[in-house]
Design a protein around this ligand. Structure first.
Ligand code: AR6
Length: 166
């Protein structure tokens, strides 16, 4: 059972599942979502169309297609609207439901991006705390998942997660 924080690009991760910080349409866009769709190839978008979207905080799974990862778990995190619209609970749900889905699909290794702290503007420090707490708590009772990696794309995000995981 292990949790680690690294700096890198999630599309290069050779793990059972990478998590995508998607939007509720699941039809791809910018940020990490765009990078994952570009690296996986057009089959990913075709697979996502069949899922008919996903609610905020929920999660859905597809194959990884051209990615080194076996699966992509898509979860729309909350858009930050000031903190009184259940944003913290919804962000927790995104991590929790993604981990549950990975476990149900017999994944051992899972990699996450920092959900909602980009375009969706969830405050970085608070978002990192929710991510680390939810993942650590989950690992105590996980059936299949053993290794979870937080993949931080930029230095600021990396530093925030290093600080929070201490
Ligand atoms: N690997 C890992 N992390 C990445 C990568 C990458 N290749 N590229 C960016 N990040 P964001 P959100 C980081 O905006 O806030 C999309 O358009 C980025 O630096 O991608 O949940 C969706 O379709 C940041 O730390 O996701 C939604 O509409 C983190 O990923 C919306 O953005 C999340 O930033 C979701 O917004």
């Amino acid at each position: 059972m292990a949790f680690k924080v690294i700096r890198g690009d999630i599309t290069t991760m050779k793990v059972d599942a990478i998590v995508n910080a998607a939007n509720t349409t699941l039809l791809g866009s910018g940020g990490v979502d765009g990078a994952i769709h570009r690296a996986a190839g057009p089959e990913l978008l075709a697979a996502c169309r069949l899922l008919h979207g996903c609610q905020t905080g929920e999660a859905k799974i597809t194959p990884g297609f051209k990615l080194p990862a076996k699966f992509v778990i898509h979860t729309p995190g909350p858009i930050w609207r000031g903190g009184h619209q259940h944003e913290a609970e919804l962000l927790h749900n995104s991590y929790q439901n993604s981990l549950n889905l990975a476990d149900q699909n017999h994944c051992v290794s899972v990699a996450f991006p920092s959900i909602s702290t980009g375009v969706y503007r969830f405050p970085l420090q608070a978002g990192a705390k929710i991510a680390v707490t939810t993942i650590r708590e989950f690992l105590k009772t996980a059936q299949s998942v053993k290794d979870v990696t937080m993949v931080c794309f930029d230095e600021g995000t990396y530093q925030a997660y290093l600080e929070v995981q201490k």
